[in-house]
Design a protein around this ligand. Structure first.
Ligand SMILES: *Cc1c(COP(=O)(O)O)cnc(C)c1O
Length: 351
């Protein structure tokens, strides 16, 4: 019956980093350093856990379809904006593509970057137009605008996964000004940077800012994303989204996590402090990062080889070979717990 499956799903999919964990296990590392997925090494806020357990007793009911409690928490935190929510930012990416894209439409994607934009766009029948970043991974607005001409939707990630650099808000504004379509600005890591893109929402009606509770808020396992959207888009997003997608437990935990600023601040301080120590302490070239991970050039090794060598030493990092638009000699290393970071530095410097 496999002939029933669409071609697109026979040839590609999201690449998960599982092989490294198998290598570590085969070398007897029962508790390896987990630095491959940009997760938060800290447990979630205790307030978030309490809110989640309270919500558990009400799960015989469907969730509130508008997620009012979470949206109120977001308004309290960020002021008055239009918010939508989703099952992770990935869920928001899929829904936005569903709202805008018919088969054959083009979607521009600044790369190297997170692979899911292209995967989700192609799954909806889009023509993906890659827009290569400069050699230093900065974004040239004129190049972007030219390539995105005629695209209904364009993706820009800042701070960018896997390169770590953030694009100045002025450049993002220039791009929004110059393109015809909607600019999806992915801010999955923005809490770890010094950038503030929210003022752009006032000046451009073609910017959407996607956010997640998976990184700075330590709730990756609960799958909560949200976005700041322009007013015209909100009703259409609601029509296109899966009914009751975000569950009660996740939604309650996210609202409580947002309110626990001390917890998030402690995480951000840990990450920024270790980001500096790891960038300076690694003997291989490490790119300056505004996120909770660092891109490292392992040439003349391939990323794959470096991942295998580190896994054998009990350190799990991510090869960047599955990121479109990046040569195959980079690894991406998340900032973890102190012991994980120290172990990484010791092992990478003795490769
Ligand atoms: C982790 C990540 C996401 C996805 O976040 P979820 O909310 O967990 O779906 C989106 N964009 C980028 C660039 C990411 O790295």
């Amino acid at each position: 019956m496999k002939h029933l499956v669409r071609d697109i799903f026979r040839t590609e999919g999201y690449v998960f980093a599982t092989k490294a964990r198998e290598i570590a296990a085969s070398h007897g590392h029962k508790n390896p350093a987990l630095l491959a997925s940009n997760e938060n090494p800290f447990p979630p806020s205790s307030h978030a856990l309490e809110a989640a357990s309270r919500a558990l007793s009400t799960v015989h009911r469907y969730p509130d379809e508008r997620n009012e409690a979470l949206r109120e928490a977001l308004t309290l935190h960020y002021g008055s904006h239009r918010f939508v929510t989703g099952v992770g930012m990935d869920g928001i990416i899929e829904t936005i593509i569903r709202v805008l894209i018919s088969p054959g439409d083009s979607v521009a994607v600044s790369q190297p970057t997170f692979s899911f934009y292209g995967i989700a766009a192609r799954a909806q029948g889009a023509e993906v137009v890659p827009v290569q970043r400069e050699a230093d991974f900065s974004v040239d607005p004129d190049t972007f605008i030219r390539a995105a001409h005629g695209a209904k939707l364009a993706f820009l990630c800042s701070p960018n996964n896997p390169t770590g650099n953030a694009t100045p808000a002025s450049v993002v504004g220039e791009i929004a000004e110059g393109i015809d379509g909607l600019l999806f600005l992915d801010n999955a890591y923005v809490e770890f940077s010094d950038k503030d893109y929210l003022p752009l929402m006032k000046n451009y009606e073609n910017i959407l800012i996607g956010r997640t509770f998976s990184k700075a808020y330590a709730l990756a396992g609960l799958r909560v994303g949200y976005a700041f959207v322009p007013a015209w888009l909100e009703p259409y997003y609601r029509r296109a989204e899966t009914p009751f997608a975000l569950n009660r437990v996740s939604s309650a935990a996210a609202a409580a996590a947002l309110a626990d600023r001390n917890h998030t601040d402690a995480i951000i301080s840990h990450v920024t402090e270790w980001r500096e120590r790891m960038t300076a302490g690694c003997h291989l070239p490490a790119f300056p990062s505004s996120a909770n991970f660092i891109l490292i050039d392992v040439a003349p090794m391939t990323g794959e080889k470096a991942v295998e060598a580190l896994a054998a030493r009990g350190v799990i990092v991510r090869s960047c070979s599955s990121f479109p638009g990046l040569e195959d000699h980079y690894i991406r290393v998340s900032i973890g717990n102190a012991w994980e970071n120290e172990m990484f530095l010791t092992e990478v410097n003795s490769l």
